[in-house]
Design a protein around this ligand. Structure first.
Ligand SMILES: Nc1nc2c(ncn2[C@@H]2O[C@H](COP(=O)(O)OP(=O)(O)OP(=O)(O)O)[C@@H](O)[C@H]2O)c(=O)[nH]1
Ligand SMILES: O=C(O)[C@H](O)COP(=O)(O)O
Length: 243
């Protein structure tokens, strides 16, 4: 069994790189829908025994209550900023269990329980640090590791190669997992275009309902049509499609 750690920025500040396309309330709604989809998939996974969300968003506790997750405030950890917050929370979680720990972003609307199970299997079979990069291969959307061997968290620009380097410096074996559900994070308008081209209109996910069944979603789709075609992933055909 594994534990999952999900950092969530204050939703009012989230998705700032979509500010040219979406109004603040729209960005908030999108960020919340994606976070709900990640919480739902974590709950669907038989391999996850505990989910901790770290967030100072005023709605975070209520959100966690719906999905059976714990909610820790950043203030309770005594630090700020993504990497210090993750490090403090992971350190606290590992004292309570020695199994696999998963750190993942809340903006992964295509993530499935099968993606989560595959990562946990890889980590438990091979050990070390498992890195789930974004579809461009530069960022890190997910990390899995043993509670006994916390990596140095290097989220930020080029974090995939920086996490690999950190593992190598610490003598921890690192492997990379390529799955479409893990790689699709939503930072920029092109990511939203990519998502909408892959999202099933019949999906009941929160994000799909928001983007595919509302007039607002239709307007966003039209606005995105003026962008060049969404680039496929850096991994091309090597991505393993989520079921
Ligand atoms: N608790 C916490 N979570 C954070 C913080 N910064 C980022 N996150 C979360 O980390 C994940 C990746 O965040 P980013 O994509 O870098 O930030 P974002 O707010 O989603 O988007 P931008 O505003 O465009 O950078 C998301 O789940 C965020 O909610 C932070 O300072 N504290
Ligand atoms: O390490 C990362 O990839 C960052 O924490 C998140 O960056 P992104 O939101 O730009 O992918």
């Amino acid at each position: 069994m594994a534990q999952a750690l999900l950092p969530l920025k204050d939703l009012v500040e989230a998705k700032s790189r979509l500010a040219g396309l979406l109004r603040p309330a729209e960005r908030r709604a999108l960020a919340q829908a994606m976070a709900e989809d990640v919480l739902f998939s974590l709950r669907q996974s038989d391999e996850i025994s505990r989910v901790v969300m770290v967030s100072d968003d005023p709605g975070a506790e209520a959100l966690c209550a719906v999905y059976g997750a714990e909610c820790w405030s950043e203030a309770s950890l005594g630090c700020r900023g993504l990497n210090p917050v993750i490090d403090a929370a992971a350190t606290r979680m590992r004292t309570e269990a020695d199994n696999t720990l998963l750190v993942l972003h809340a903006d992964l609307p295509l993530l499935s329980a099968a993606d989560i199970d595959a990562v946990i299997l890889q980590q438990s079979q091979h050990g070390g640090l498992v890195i789930g990069p974004d579809r461009r291969g530069s960022g890190t959307n997910l990390l899995a590791f043993s509670g006994q061997a916390l990596p140095e968290f290097r989220f930020g620009a080029d974090s995939c190669s920086r996490h690999r380097a950190g593992a190598s410096e610490a003598g921890i074996a690192a492997s990379v997992v390529h799955r479409a559900g893990i790689g699709c994070d939503i930072d920029e308008p092109q990511d939203l275009k990519y998502l909408m081209s892959r999202m099933s209109r019949t999906s009941s996910s929160h994000t799909a309902r928001l983007l595919c069944t509302t007039q607002w979603g239709a307007r966003v789709g039209i606005a995105l049509d003026s962008l060049p075609p969404a680039a496929s992933s850096a991994q091309g055909e090597k991505w393993e499609a989520a079921p």
